[in-house]
Structures are given as structure tokens and as C-alpha cells.
Design a binder for this molecule. Structure first.
Ligand code: CTP
Length: 401
């Protein structure tokens, strides 16, 4: 998603300014073109040379030529850069710069450029907790938010001052996700499309307190739902038990067991064009569940739990799909392609997303995934390790053509 994207990074004066180096390096690694503007205070914390070396471009600190007698500088840098950028990120954003942005003060290269940009503006405040909590700062952040700026909320933790509270710059990954989602928000290629996503594990009851479940976190399915809604789709998310927050704009239906998920999918699938089954549905459930908690007996007898198969929800959808596009997932630890191909054919899928939880960075609960997408014509697309959110966009790119 970041390939060839033009990212303008504004760095202001705060101890977290050194983290701008990591951001520049990562954005470059992901294929973005990065230009940096620093305030004078920022140069107290990190040198322009560092960011210029990493971005491979001149870093702008002042709008003025070094000496008006010795040189001129053609062009109107703040306007040029403002029009150039696909996205502007101010990281870290100090209380001072936030106040200037809120009131429209343009007294340096960064704040002047901020008035010229036409792209989404992301602001990552980072400062000491009292400065952050101060009503003036909170008010200014509110003004910027009302104006459509995206605020990357600081994390709570230990601060440079030794105090503990909100004000820390978040880690790289959530910042990259915000950048990706802001960029995706500008592309509405799924407008008017109905997308049904299943996510998470299912719990199959043994008795009122015990169940058979699996370690799925739901992160992949939730990332797909979030990415689809950002691209303009109407999204229904049928979720097994998960602690994840419902992405904004997504209609979520909570279920617990495979049978409940099957019921919800049967009720919902007809009105959706794309059906993406990312849930880790249990293949087996206890043939009967006890009404009361199973007690230990005095002797050493261990109760036996007889299992029966659950309904294969995806197979049902494959058999009833008509014009719908159906995407399944295959969790394979060996012979990935051969097993996935078999599943795709058996369940009459259009695409199958293959992941191997034994690969580094692709396990349950991780924020990243290394996927392959196989289509019904036998074509395979392989992707490197990436965030689940980025992988979600790859899946949507693929099915949307
Ligand atoms: N799936 C489903 N209903 C089930 C089991 C699985 O809809 N009862 C869906 C999953 O959501 C996933 C796909 O089927 O999209 C693959 O699930 P998986 O468990 O890997 O495949 P199985 O067909 O169950 O085969 P196996 O367990 O032998 O690998």
C-alpha cells in the first residue's frame, strides 16, 4: 500500500524526535517516497543529516536561503511540498506546533506547509503528561480533529521526565496502520459493495463452564472488516468470542459456537456479494453438552467426551453461492498449496488465502501474517510478511480485481 506513496514527514522538538528515524527507515523500506521538514527545535534532538541520509532527500528546516546575498532558491517550497504529498504525518507533534496548527500560525517551514497541504494530515502528539492533559492542548487537539486531522493517540507509560502517564509516542506498527488506513481512506473502490466477514474462534460447550476452542484471536478477520469499510463497503462481521474492538462502521454479530455462526451466516449471506470466511470454526464439538458442571468423582474415572462434526459453513456457502465471490482460509502446516487447492475445489471457492502458523510472524494472535492467495484458475500470489491490516488490503485488492 505504501509503494510509491509520497509521504511528507514533519518533525518537531521533543525527545521522541529520534523515533522519526525509525519511521523514515520503515516507510522507505515499504517503498514510500519520504520528504522531511523539521522545526528548529527538532534539530536539537536529531540532526537533519540523519533524516536526510535515511530519506535520501534534502531535509528542509528553513524556508529561506542561507544568505539572500549569495544565493536564491527557486520555487515556493511550502506550496510545492504541500501539493506533492499524498499524506502528511507530524511526528512527534509538540504542544507548541499543535497550538500553531490549531490557530493557523505559519511561522516556520512546517507550519507554513501545513496550511498548503491538500492531503490527509496525521498528527502524533508526544510530550510530557501535564502538557498533554492541559486544557489548552486538549482544546487544540479537538479543534484539529474537528477539522478532519487524524490524531494518533499517545500511549500511556513511562515518560522522559520520569513521570508516568499519557504522552508516549506509540510503537511503529500502530503508526504504520494509521498511515495505511488514512491512505486507504482516500480510495473508495468498494463503495456500495456488501461484504460479509467471519472472524475469531468458536467455542463448543462441554458443560456450563468448559468448552473446546482454539487460539484464533480474530485479528485477521477484523483487519479485513476494517479495511473493507474504509474502502467504502457495507460490512457485516460475524464474530466468535474475541476481545477486539469492533472497527468503526462495521455491523458486528456476536456468536459463540459453530452452530450459531452457521445460523448467522445462513441469515446474512444472501444480501452480500463478497463472503470472506476468516473464522477458525471448530471442526468437532461435543455430541452433547452437560447441563450442570461435570464433577470429579472419587475414583479415578475420567469422563469421555464424544465428538461429532460441525457443519462446514464455507462448503454450504460454496454450494449456494450463485454470483457471489467466496473466499476461504486455509491454515496449513505442510504441503500448503496442495491442501489448499483441494479445499478450494471441494468447497467451490473463488479464492483461498493460505497461511502457515508455524512460519515466523504468522502465528495466532500476531499482528503480522505471511499469506499466499490461490484463485480458482490455479494462479498463486505470494506475499512477504506484512501487517494483518496490509494483508487484508491485499486480499481485497485481489478479489476486487
Ligand atoms: N470452515 C467453515 N466451517 C467449518 C470449518 C471450517 O466454514 N466447520 C472454514 C474456515 O472459516 C476456513 C476454511 O473453512 O475459511 C478452512 O478451514 P480449515 O479448518 O482449515 O479446513 P477444513 O476444511 O476444516 O480441513 P482440515 O481441518 O482438514 O484442514
Amino acid at each position: 500500500m505504501l509503494k510509491n506513496k509520497k509521504i511528507l514527514l514533519g518533525v518537531t522538538g521533543g525527545i521522541a524526535a529520534y523515533k522519526a528515524a525509525y519511521i523514515v527507515r520503515e516507510l522507505k523500506r515499504l517503498g514510500a517516497d519520504v520528504r522531511v521538514i523539521m522545526t528548529h527545535s527538532a534539530t536539537q534532538f536529531i540532526t537533519p543529516l540523519t533524516l536526510s541520509t535515511l530519506s535520501q532527500h534534502e531535509v528542509i528546516v528553513s524556508l529561506w536561503p542561507k544568505s539572500t546575498h549569495e544565493s536564491t532558491d527557486l520555487g515556493v517550497k511550502h506550496v510545492d511540498l504541500g501539493l506533492w504529498a499524498d499524506l502528511t504525518l507530524i511526528l512527534p507533534a509538540s504542544a507548541n506546533t499543535i497550538a500553531k496548527l490549531a490557530t493557523g500560525i505559519a511561522d516556520n517551514a512546517l507550519t507554513s506547509t501545513a496550511l498548503s497541504i491538500r492531503c490527509p494530515l496525521l498528527i502524533a502528539p508526544a510530550m510530557d503528561l501535564d502538557m498533554y492533559r492541559h486544557p489548552a492542548t486538549q482544546n487544540n487537539i479537538g479543534v484539529l480533529q474537528d477539522r478532519g486531522c487524524i490524531i494518533i493517540e499517545p500511549e500511556t507509560g513511562e515518560l522522559a521526565s520520569g513521570l508516568s502517564g499519557p504522552g508516549r509516542l506509540p510503537e511503529l506498527q500502530p503508526i504504520l496502520e494509521k498511515i495505511e488506513s488514512a491512505l486507504a481512506g482516500t480510495q473508495k473502490d468498494l463503495s456500495g459493495v456488501q461484504v460479509l466477514v467471519t472472524a475469531g474462534p468458536t467455542y463448543e460447550k462441554i458443560d456450563p463452564v468448559r468448552f473446546i476452542g482454539n487460539r484464533s484471536s480474530g485479528k485477521m478477520g477484523y483487519a479485513i472488516a476494517k479495511a473493507a469499510v474504509q474502502r467504502g463497503a457495507d460490512v457485516t462481521l460475524i464474530s466468535g468470542p474475541s476481545s477486539l474492538e469492533t472497527p468503526q462502521g462495521v455491523q458486528r454479530i456476536d456468536v459463540e459456537s459453530a452452530a450459531e455462526m452457521f445460523g448467522a451466516v445462513q441469515r446474512e449471506y444472501e444480501r452480500h456479494q463478497f463472503i470472506i470466511m476468516a473464522a477458525a470454526v471448530a471442526d468437532f464439538r461435543p455430541a452433547s453438552s452437560e447441563k450442570q458442571k461435570i464433577k470429579k468423582t472419587n475414583d479415578r474415572d475420567v469422563p469421555e467426551i464424544k465428538l461429532e462434526q460441525t457443519d462446514d459453513i464455507l462448503k454450504f456457502i460454496g454450494d449456494h453461492k450463485d454470483e457471489r465471490t467466496v473466499i476461504g482460509f486455509a491454515l496449513e502446516t505442510e504441503n500448503e498449496l496442495a491442501h489448499a487447492r483441494e479445499k478450494l475445489e471441494k468447497k467451490k471457492l473463488d479464492y483461498i488465502v493460505i497461511n502457515n502458523p508455524t512460519r515466523e510472524g504468522s502465528g495466532f494472535g500476531s499482528d503480522t501474517n505471511e499469506i499466499q492467495i490461490l484463485d480458482k484458475n490455479g494462479k498463486v500470489k505470494e506475499y512477504p510478511l506484512m501487517s494483518k491490516f496490509e494483508a487484508a488490503h491485499k486480499i481485497l485488492d485481489c478479489i476486487n480485481g
